[in-house]
Ligand binder design. Structure first.
Ligand SMILES: Nc1nc2c(ncn2[C@@H]2O[C@H](COP(=O)(O)OP(=O)(O)O)[C@@H](O)[C@H]2O)c(=O)[nH]1
Ligand SMILES: [Mg+2]
Length: 363
């Protein structure tokens, strides 16, 4: 049988799946020769990045991940020094590397067992292939988790205004992310209002106001010590009356107790839906990547206490703990929508699992 080994199906994830062969002598298509579990992936780096990113965005991401990459590759080089094949020792080292890169235990175990499978299949797996094998296995692991991804800063169709409530503990980057988001949405041609729902500190209201001036978007506030639920209601009302596209509401990250904070957030949410049924459209939890496993802990606590619908991971540029994005993507059913890769106004990106992992493994 003369077989043309090239019957591929392009998946919308950007992968090519090997689905069958073509028998040239019999002119018959032996389709679905391979079970779907043996997906034969060919990463299409070039096309892929062009589709999602400008050159600048790609560089921002790479620079943002530099600290994580440096630590990771240094450890990896040590682990495979003097070894030609991937053996048990290398796998053990690999496990340590992933855990110390803040990928988290649960996700590390999954990644290692996938690589073990590969080693079993191909006994003399060369250490020089380890980068690309890990990259592919991590991408596939994350893509099995079918949490959706956004591709740009457009507000969802049919939502006007699109109402986004932003929550998270103090200092994680809520206000900064709101400023960056307002900028990105504005750049995409949308009219935006940001509401100062962190009424706990006077500085918080001022900080958001400065961001609105930088962005050139609408701003709504009632000042310090006012009721955050009332601010939230009135910001949505303002968006409705002014025919705006996007309404983003800031909140305080600290009250006297954790219970108080969660109760307050529930109250704010209820107040928003009184103004506009079905709103807020999203409750976004902001997590600080520099806190590593603590970010995972915060995600667990918030998601169990409030209806968080999406995540943003900030300060990736300031940490070697960027691996936490892999753990979060794997463990939570809630998608990471955005990542912060710098303090500047344009250093917020939509999170794409594939681009993230590819960038992480690019030497
Ligand atoms: N390097 C870096 N710093 C960030 C990023 N996002 C926020 N920050 C900084 O984190 C600090 C706290 O941010 P802020 O928005 O005030 O946090 P909030 O208390 O949650 O509102 C500020 O100094 C921000 O400039 C990021 O993506 N990269
Ligand atoms: Mg703030």
């Amino acid at each position: 049988m003369l077989v043309f080994d090239g019957w591929y199906l392009k998946l919308d994830t950007g992968y090519w799946m090997h689905v069958g062969t073509f028998d040239l002598l019999n002119s018959s298509i032996n389709s679905i020769q391979y079970p779907v579990s043996s997906i034969n992936s060919i990463p299409l780096n070039m096309n892929f990045f062009k589709k999602f990113f400008t050159k600048e965005k790609e560089q921002d991401l790479e620079q943002g991940l530099e600290k994580t990459k440096t630590g990771f590759f240094e450890k990896l080089s040590k682990a495979v020094a003097g070894k030609s094949t991937v053996d048990v020792e290398v796998l053990d080292e690999l496990e340590d590397i992933l855990i110390t890169s803040d990928v988290g235990l649960e996700t590390t175990v999954k990644i290692i067992s996938r690589i073990e499978e590969r080693v079993k299949r191909d006994k003399y797996l060369n250490t020089s292939e380890l980068d690309s094998i890990m990259r592919d296995e991590i991408v596939q692991l994350l893509e099995e988790n079918s949490t959706g991804e956004v591709h740009d800063f457009a507000s969802p169709p049919g939502k006007k205004p699109y109402v986004l409530l932003v929550v998270g503990v103090n200092g994680v980057g809520k206000t900064t992310t709101i400023g960056k988001l307002a900028y990105a949405f504005s750049q995409a041609g949308q009219k935006v209002v940001i509401g100062a729902g962190d009424t706990f500190r006077a500085a918080a209201v001022d900080q958001l106001k400065i961001w609105s001036e930088r962005v050139g978007c609408h701003f709504y506030a009632k000042g310090m010590n006012t009721d955050p639920a009332a601010v939230a209601y009135e910001t949505v009302d303002y968006a409705l009356k002014n025919n705006l596209d996007v309404c983003i509401i800031d909140t305080a990250g600290r009250l006297h107790t954790k219970i108080n904070l969660m109760n307050e957030l529930t109250k704010i949410k209820r107040s928003i839906s009184k103004c506009l049924p079905d709103a807020p459209d999203d409750v976004m939890l902001i997590l600080d990547a520099t806190t590593g496993q603590n970010a995972i802990e915060q995600a667990k606590q918030f998601t169990s206490a409030t209806d968080v619908t999406c995540l943003a991971l900030t300060k990736l540029d300031g940490t070697a703990k960027g691996g936490v994005a892999i753990g979060i993507s794997d463990q939570f059913k809630i998608p990471i929508k955005y990542i912060g890769v710098g303090e500047a106004i344009d250093k917020l990106q939509v999170f794409n699992k594939r681009a993230f992992v590819e960038s992480l493994f690019k030497r």
